[in-house]
Design a protein around this ligand. Structure first.
Ligand code: COA
Length: 212
């Protein structure tokens, strides 16, 4: 039985990875632009790497430490027409939440990548909102953290849109012999609750104005 739930957003379904996703993961994560942004993604992405990674998800989920979700398209619904079957269920990326191994530190780190073809359509932000909801509402975590390298402003923009706040501490990682500065972000549950209450309140107030 999977310990990773399936979550829904207006345009996406976030579900556990399966071994059948291997070829698609290799195709998407095998792009140099994805590997360049992460110290964990190998390049070139070899046959079997995706399956190895997928098997690790189950181990982390069983330990209650890690939640890796396949980001898939819920399908495009045009009014009066069926869902587009060529898009429905299509895997476009990954998003994860990894808890700090020290139980006293009730925090987790969020990570994500989206296939290059799907960039700048708001998918990472939409999946990220859903994961924050999962982290704070279901897992009752106190804090979510993340970070990105200084040469990856798109990731920083996503974290800011999610409401994460840049932290004063930075550290450097080494990739292919180059030192790259990392910018750290954090969001506390209280701050998230306040923001999501204001957001729902604004949405409820504006909805009648927008629909007429
Ligand atoms: C970072 C990443 C996940 C973003 O995915 P996405 O689905 O395109 O994200 P969104 O569409 O929700 O938001 C992207 C935002 O970045 C902005 N952006 C894109 N390129 C940018 C750049 N070079 N500089 C500044 N902002 C940029 C977009 O304009 C958009 O902001 P906006 O909505 O205010 O216009 C995707 O680029 C990716 O997978 N990159 C490689 C892996 C990675 O970086 N993972 C994160 C590691 S920490």
């Amino acid at each position: 039985m999977s310990h990773i739930p399936t979550l829904y957003t207006p345009r996406l379904v976030l579900r556990p990875f399966t071994l059948a996703d291997g070829t698609r993961v290799q195709e998407l994560a095998g792009d140099k632009r994805i590997a360049a942004a992460s110290s964990h993604i190998p390049h070139p992405y070899q046959n079997g790497d995706a399956e190895l990674w997928t098997n690790l998800h189950q181990i982390s989920a069983e330990a209650g430490l890690g939640f890796d979700f396949a980001v898939t398209l819920a399908g495009t619904r045009t009014p009066g027409r069926e869902l587009d079957p060529t898009e429905t269920g299509h895997l476009i990326g990954a998003i994860s939440l990894y808890k700090h191994p020290q139980p006293a530190l009730d925090q987790a780190c969020i990570g994500f990548w989206i296939g290059v073809h799907y960039w700048n359509k708001g998918f990472a932000t939409e999946a990220g909102c859903c994961i924050l909801e999962f982290a704070f509402r279901r897992l009752k975590l106190d804090r979510v953290i993340s970070g990105h390298s200084a040469n990856n402003p798109a990731s920083g923009r996503v974290l800011q849109k999610l409401g994460l706040i840049p932290q004063p501490d930075t550290h450097a990682d080494e990739k292919s012999g180059r030192r790259i500065e990392n910018i750290e972000y954090a969001l506390a549950r209280d701050a998230w609750s306040r923001k999501s209450i204001i957001h729902r309140w604004k949405t409820a107030l504006l909805a009648p104005l927008v629909s007429h």
